[in-house]
Design a binder for this molecule. Structure first.
Ligand code: DP6
Length: 321
Protein backbone atom coordinates (compact mmCIF):
# COMPACT_ATOMS: atom_id res chain seq x y z
CA UNK A 1 0.00 0.00 0.00
CA UNK A 2 1.08 3.56 -0.70
CA UNK A 3 1.22 6.02 2.22
CA UNK A 4 2.18 9.69 2.41
CA UNK A 5 3.35 11.40 5.59
CA UNK A 6 4.28 14.97 6.39
CA UNK A 7 6.75 15.90 9.11
CA UNK A 8 8.12 19.24 10.28
CA UNK A 9 11.73 20.13 10.82
CA UNK A 10 12.48 21.35 14.34
CA UNK A 11 14.64 23.94 16.03
CA UNK A 12 16.38 22.93 19.24
CA UNK A 13 16.49 25.36 22.16
CA UNK A 14 18.86 22.90 23.85
CA UNK A 15 20.91 21.10 21.22
CA UNK A 16 22.11 17.61 20.39
CA UNK A 17 25.76 17.59 19.36
CA UNK A 18 27.72 14.40 19.98
CA UNK A 19 26.76 10.74 20.16
CA UNK A 20 27.56 8.07 22.70
CA UNK A 21 26.67 5.40 20.12
CA UNK A 22 27.26 6.14 16.44
CA UNK A 23 25.21 3.27 15.02
CA UNK A 24 22.18 3.62 17.26
CA UNK A 25 22.52 7.43 17.32
CA UNK A 26 22.30 7.68 21.09
CA UNK A 27 23.03 11.30 22.02
CA UNK A 28 25.53 12.47 24.61
CA UNK A 29 22.79 14.61 26.18
CA UNK A 30 19.05 15.19 26.04
CA UNK A 31 17.63 18.09 24.03
CA UNK A 32 14.50 20.23 23.69
CA UNK A 33 12.99 21.58 20.48
CA UNK A 34 9.97 23.07 18.78
CA UNK A 35 8.46 21.66 15.58
CA UNK A 36 8.38 24.21 12.76
CA UNK A 37 5.08 24.82 10.95
CA UNK A 38 6.54 25.93 7.61
CA UNK A 39 9.61 23.76 7.18
CA UNK A 40 8.04 20.55 5.98
CA UNK A 41 8.90 17.31 4.22
CA UNK A 42 6.30 15.20 2.45
CA UNK A 43 7.29 11.58 1.88
CA UNK A 44 5.43 8.91 -0.05
CA UNK A 45 6.41 5.25 0.29
CA UNK A 46 5.17 2.21 -1.56
CA UNK A 47 6.58 -1.25 -0.90
CA UNK A 48 6.15 -3.38 -3.99
CA UNK A 49 7.03 -7.06 -4.49
CA UNK A 50 7.87 -6.43 -8.14
CA UNK A 51 10.77 -4.07 -7.32
CA UNK A 52 14.30 -5.53 -7.26
CA UNK A 53 15.85 -2.51 -5.52
CA UNK A 54 14.76 0.62 -3.68
CA UNK A 55 14.04 3.66 -5.84
CA UNK A 56 14.29 7.07 -4.19
CA UNK A 57 13.46 10.47 -5.63
CA UNK A 58 14.45 13.57 -3.66
CA UNK A 59 12.66 16.66 -4.94
CA UNK A 60 12.06 14.77 -8.18
CA UNK A 61 15.69 13.72 -8.68
CA UNK A 62 17.76 10.62 -8.01
CA UNK A 63 20.70 11.20 -5.66
CA UNK A 64 23.09 8.42 -4.68
CA UNK A 65 23.89 9.74 -1.20
CA UNK A 66 20.21 10.15 -0.36
CA UNK A 67 19.49 6.68 -1.75
CA UNK A 68 22.13 5.09 0.51
CA UNK A 69 20.86 6.70 3.70
CA UNK A 70 17.16 6.21 2.88
CA UNK A 71 17.68 2.60 1.82
CA UNK A 72 19.58 1.96 5.06
CA UNK A 73 16.56 3.26 6.95
CA UNK A 74 14.19 1.11 4.88
CA UNK A 75 16.35 -1.88 5.95
CA UNK A 76 15.49 -1.06 9.58
CA UNK A 77 11.80 -1.00 8.64
CA UNK A 78 12.11 -4.30 6.73
CA UNK A 79 13.83 -5.87 9.73
CA UNK A 80 11.01 -4.77 12.03
CA UNK A 81 8.40 -6.19 9.62
CA UNK A 82 10.49 -9.30 8.83
CA UNK A 83 10.11 -8.68 5.10
CA UNK A 84 12.53 -8.14 2.22
CA UNK A 85 10.28 -6.17 -0.14
CA UNK A 86 11.82 -3.11 -1.85
CA UNK A 87 10.16 0.28 -1.99
CA UNK A 88 9.59 3.33 -4.13
CA UNK A 89 10.07 6.56 -2.15
CA UNK A 90 9.36 10.16 -3.16
CA UNK A 91 10.60 12.87 -0.80
CA UNK A 92 9.61 16.50 -1.29
CA UNK A 93 11.01 19.30 0.79
CA UNK A 94 9.53 22.79 0.88
CA UNK A 95 12.73 24.46 2.16
CA UNK A 96 16.46 24.59 1.28
CA UNK A 97 18.58 21.56 2.17
CA UNK A 98 22.06 21.56 3.82
CA UNK A 99 21.96 25.23 4.78
CA UNK A 100 21.24 24.69 8.48
CA UNK A 101 17.49 24.08 8.49
CA UNK A 102 17.65 20.44 9.62
CA UNK A 103 16.07 18.68 6.66
CA UNK A 104 17.25 15.30 7.93
CA UNK A 105 14.85 15.69 10.87
CA UNK A 106 11.75 16.12 8.72
CA UNK A 107 12.93 13.63 6.08
CA UNK A 108 13.54 10.74 8.50
CA UNK A 109 10.46 11.47 10.60
CA UNK A 110 8.14 11.47 7.57
CA UNK A 111 9.96 8.49 6.04
CA UNK A 112 9.62 6.46 9.28
CA UNK A 113 5.88 7.02 9.44
CA UNK A 114 5.10 6.48 5.72
CA UNK A 115 7.39 3.43 5.43
CA UNK A 116 6.11 1.61 8.51
CA UNK A 117 2.50 2.12 7.45
CA UNK A 118 3.25 1.04 3.90
CA UNK A 119 4.90 -2.20 5.00
CA UNK A 120 1.93 -2.98 7.25
CA UNK A 121 3.25 -1.97 10.70
CA UNK A 122 1.42 0.22 13.17
CA UNK A 123 3.99 1.65 15.57
CA UNK A 124 3.29 3.68 18.69
CA UNK A 125 4.60 7.27 18.87
CA UNK A 126 7.46 6.06 21.08
CA UNK A 127 8.40 3.24 18.69
CA UNK A 128 8.30 5.63 15.73
CA UNK A 129 10.52 8.11 17.53
CA UNK A 130 13.04 5.34 18.28
CA UNK A 131 13.02 4.30 14.63
CA UNK A 132 13.33 7.89 13.31
CA UNK A 133 16.25 8.51 15.71
CA UNK A 134 18.28 5.81 13.98
CA UNK A 135 17.85 7.59 10.62
CA UNK A 136 18.89 10.98 12.00
CA UNK A 137 19.04 11.85 15.69
CA UNK A 138 17.06 15.08 15.48
CA UNK A 139 14.31 13.27 13.51
CA UNK A 140 13.09 11.60 16.71
CA UNK A 141 12.00 15.08 17.90
CA UNK A 142 9.85 15.60 14.77
CA UNK A 143 7.53 12.69 15.63
CA UNK A 144 5.60 14.04 18.69
CA UNK A 145 3.60 17.30 18.61
CA UNK A 146 4.59 20.84 19.49
CA UNK A 147 7.40 21.41 21.97
CA UNK A 148 9.35 18.22 22.46
CA UNK A 149 11.96 16.68 24.73
CA UNK A 150 14.37 13.97 23.55
CA UNK A 151 15.17 11.78 26.55
CA UNK A 152 18.77 10.77 25.93
CA UNK A 153 18.68 7.24 27.39
CA UNK A 154 21.50 4.71 27.47
CA UNK A 155 19.81 2.12 25.28
CA UNK A 156 17.83 2.26 22.06
CA UNK A 157 14.53 1.61 23.80
CA UNK A 158 15.03 4.45 26.31
CA UNK A 159 16.20 7.13 23.85
CA UNK A 160 13.12 8.76 22.28
CA UNK A 161 11.11 11.97 22.28
CA UNK A 162 7.96 13.01 24.04
CA UNK A 163 5.71 16.03 23.63
CA UNK A 164 6.04 18.52 26.49
CA UNK A 165 3.35 20.87 25.17
CA UNK A 166 0.95 20.84 22.20
CA UNK A 167 1.40 23.41 19.37
CA UNK A 168 -1.33 25.68 20.78
CA UNK A 169 0.40 25.99 24.19
CA UNK A 170 2.41 29.11 23.42
CA UNK A 171 2.42 31.39 20.36
CA UNK A 172 6.12 31.90 19.96
CA UNK A 173 7.71 32.18 16.55
CA UNK A 174 10.87 31.02 14.89
CA UNK A 175 11.67 33.33 12.01
CA UNK A 176 14.11 31.55 9.75
CA UNK A 177 16.45 33.84 7.89
CA UNK A 178 17.85 32.25 4.74
CA UNK A 179 21.08 33.99 3.84
CA UNK A 180 22.36 31.69 1.13
CA UNK A 181 21.34 28.49 -0.61
CA UNK A 182 24.94 27.23 -0.71
CA UNK A 183 25.33 23.79 0.82
CA UNK A 184 27.45 23.37 3.97
CA UNK A 185 30.82 21.67 3.58
CA UNK A 186 30.53 19.25 6.52
CA UNK A 187 27.26 17.52 7.37
CA UNK A 188 25.99 17.10 10.95
CA UNK A 189 26.84 13.40 11.13
CA UNK A 190 30.46 13.96 10.09
CA UNK A 191 30.80 17.13 12.16
CA UNK A 192 29.63 15.41 15.35
CA UNK A 193 32.37 12.81 15.10
CA UNK A 194 34.82 15.58 16.05
CA UNK A 195 33.24 16.55 19.39
CA UNK A 196 35.88 14.83 21.50
CA UNK A 197 38.64 16.85 19.85
CA UNK A 198 37.29 20.08 21.38
CA UNK A 199 38.77 20.90 24.81
CA UNK A 200 35.37 22.34 25.75
CA UNK A 201 33.12 19.36 25.01
CA UNK A 202 33.41 17.64 28.39
CA UNK A 203 32.80 20.96 30.16
CA UNK A 204 29.70 21.47 28.02
CA UNK A 205 28.37 18.04 29.01
CA UNK A 206 28.68 18.87 32.71
CA UNK A 207 26.10 21.65 32.37
CA UNK A 208 23.54 19.96 30.12
CA UNK A 209 21.21 18.47 32.75
CA UNK A 210 20.87 21.85 34.46
CA UNK A 211 20.21 23.57 31.13
CA UNK A 212 17.44 21.12 30.30
CA UNK A 213 15.80 21.77 33.66
CA UNK A 214 16.09 25.55 33.15
CA UNK A 215 14.59 25.30 29.68
CA UNK A 216 11.70 23.20 30.98
CA UNK A 217 11.08 25.72 33.73
CA UNK A 218 11.06 28.64 31.24
CA UNK A 219 8.58 26.74 29.08
CA UNK A 220 6.40 25.88 32.05
CA UNK A 221 5.97 29.49 33.13
CA UNK A 222 6.13 30.85 29.55
CA UNK A 223 9.09 33.06 30.40
CA UNK A 224 10.21 34.17 26.94
CA UNK A 225 13.22 36.15 28.17
CA UNK A 226 14.56 33.13 30.01
CA UNK A 227 13.96 30.84 27.04
CA UNK A 228 15.56 33.28 24.60
CA UNK A 229 18.63 34.06 26.69
CA UNK A 230 19.16 30.35 27.33
CA UNK A 231 18.68 29.34 23.66
CA UNK A 232 21.04 31.97 22.28
CA UNK A 233 23.75 31.14 24.82
CA UNK A 234 23.25 27.42 24.12
CA UNK A 235 23.69 27.89 20.36
CA UNK A 236 26.89 29.87 20.93
CA UNK A 237 28.17 27.22 23.33
CA UNK A 238 27.57 24.45 20.79
CA UNK A 239 29.34 26.52 18.14
CA UNK A 240 32.24 27.09 20.57
CA UNK A 241 32.69 23.30 20.57
CA UNK A 242 32.46 23.20 16.77
CA UNK A 243 34.92 26.08 16.34
CA UNK A 244 37.45 24.44 18.67
CA UNK A 245 37.24 20.95 17.16
CA UNK A 246 40.14 19.60 15.09
CA UNK A 247 39.73 20.28 12.24
CA UNK A 248 37.62 23.28 13.16
CA UNK A 249 34.02 23.51 12.03
CA UNK A 250 33.04 27.00 10.96
CA UNK A 251 29.42 26.90 9.86
CA UNK A 252 28.79 30.67 9.96
CA UNK A 253 29.27 32.93 7.00
CA UNK A 254 29.69 36.70 7.04
CA UNK A 255 25.94 36.93 6.41
CA UNK A 256 25.10 34.72 9.42
CA UNK A 257 27.20 37.01 11.63
CA UNK A 258 25.49 40.09 10.22
CA UNK A 259 22.11 38.65 11.17
CA UNK A 260 23.30 37.53 14.63
CA UNK A 261 24.71 40.96 15.41
CA UNK A 262 21.56 42.61 14.05
CA UNK A 263 19.43 40.60 16.49
CA UNK A 264 21.62 41.76 19.38
CA UNK A 265 21.26 45.34 18.22
CA UNK A 266 17.48 44.98 17.99
CA UNK A 267 17.45 43.91 21.63
CA UNK A 268 19.45 46.96 22.65
CA UNK A 269 16.84 49.05 20.80
CA UNK A 270 14.03 47.39 22.74
CA UNK A 271 12.84 44.65 20.37
CA UNK A 272 13.13 41.37 22.23
CA UNK A 273 14.40 38.64 19.89
CA UNK A 274 17.08 35.95 20.19
CA UNK A 275 18.99 33.97 17.60
CA UNK A 276 19.90 30.33 17.44
CA UNK A 277 21.82 28.54 14.70
CA UNK A 278 22.51 24.95 13.69
CA UNK A 279 24.97 23.44 11.24
CA UNK A 280 24.80 25.83 8.33
CA UNK A 281 24.66 29.52 7.61
CA UNK A 282 20.94 30.21 8.02
CA UNK A 283 19.86 31.85 11.26
CA UNK A 284 16.76 31.21 13.36
CA UNK A 285 15.26 34.13 15.30
CA UNK A 286 12.96 33.48 18.25
CA UNK A 287 10.32 36.12 18.91
CA UNK A 288 6.97 36.48 20.66
CA UNK A 289 3.80 37.08 18.68
CA UNK A 290 3.56 40.71 19.83
CA UNK A 291 6.93 41.51 18.20
CA UNK A 292 6.66 39.37 15.06
CA UNK A 293 5.58 42.11 12.64
CA UNK A 294 8.10 44.57 14.01
CA UNK A 295 10.84 42.00 13.55
CA UNK A 296 9.95 41.07 9.97
CA UNK A 297 9.77 44.79 9.05
CA UNK A 298 13.16 45.43 10.63
CA UNK A 299 14.71 42.47 8.80
CA UNK A 300 13.92 44.21 5.52
CA UNK A 301 16.72 46.66 6.38
CA UNK A 302 19.25 43.86 5.88
CA UNK A 303 20.44 43.27 2.34
CA UNK A 304 22.01 39.87 3.14
CA UNK A 305 18.64 38.16 3.45
CA UNK A 306 17.45 35.89 0.63
CA UNK A 307 14.23 34.71 2.24
CA UNK A 308 12.42 34.54 5.55
CA UNK A 309 10.22 31.66 6.69
CA UNK A 310 7.91 32.27 9.65
CA UNK A 311 7.20 29.27 11.86
CA UNK A 312 5.12 28.63 14.93
CA UNK A 313 5.00 25.41 16.99
CA UNK A 314 3.55 22.62 14.85
CA UNK A 315 2.26 19.12 15.16
CA UNK A 316 4.63 16.24 14.57
CA UNK A 317 4.69 13.61 11.82
CA UNK A 318 1.26 12.70 10.49
CA UNK A 319 -0.27 10.82 7.57
CA UNK A 320 -2.13 12.51 4.78
CA UNK A 321 -4.58 10.85 2.42
C1 DP6 B 1 23.12 21.16 15.25
O1 DP6 B 1 20.27 15.10 13.80
O2 DP6 B 1 21.35 16.12 11.79
O3 DP6 B 1 20.98 20.59 14.41
O4 DP6 B 1 21.98 12.20 13.97
O5 DP6 B 1 24.02 12.54 12.61
O6 DP6 B 1 21.76 12.82 11.56
P1 DP6 B 1 22.58 12.94 12.82
O7 DP6 B 1 22.63 14.48 13.20
P2 DP6 B 1 21.50 15.59 13.18
O8 DP6 B 1 22.18 16.71 14.09
C2 DP6 B 1 21.51 17.87 14.49
C3 DP6 B 1 22.46 18.81 15.08
C4 DP6 B 1 21.94 20.21 15.36
C5 DP6 B 1 21.40 20.35 16.78
C6 DP6 B 1 20.00 19.86 17.04
O9 DP6 B 1 19.13 19.91 16.15
O10 DP6 B 1 19.76 19.45 18.19
Amino acid sequence: MKYTAIAPSNIAFIKYWGKKDEILRLPQNGSISMNLSNLLTKTTVEFNDKLTKDKVLFNGKEDNQVLLRVSGHLDRVRELAKKTTRAKVAIENNFPVATGLSASASVFASLSLAATKSIGLSLSEKELSILARQGSGSACRSIPDGIVEWLDGDTSSTSYSVSLYPPSYWEIYDVVVVVSKNKKEVGSTEGQKLVDTSPFFQTRLLGMKKKIEECKQALKIKDFTRLGVLSEAEALEMHAVMLTSHPSLIYWTAESLTVMKFVKRLRTDGLEAYFTINTGQDVHILVEKKNLNKLTKKLKELDVIRDIIINKPAKGAHLIV
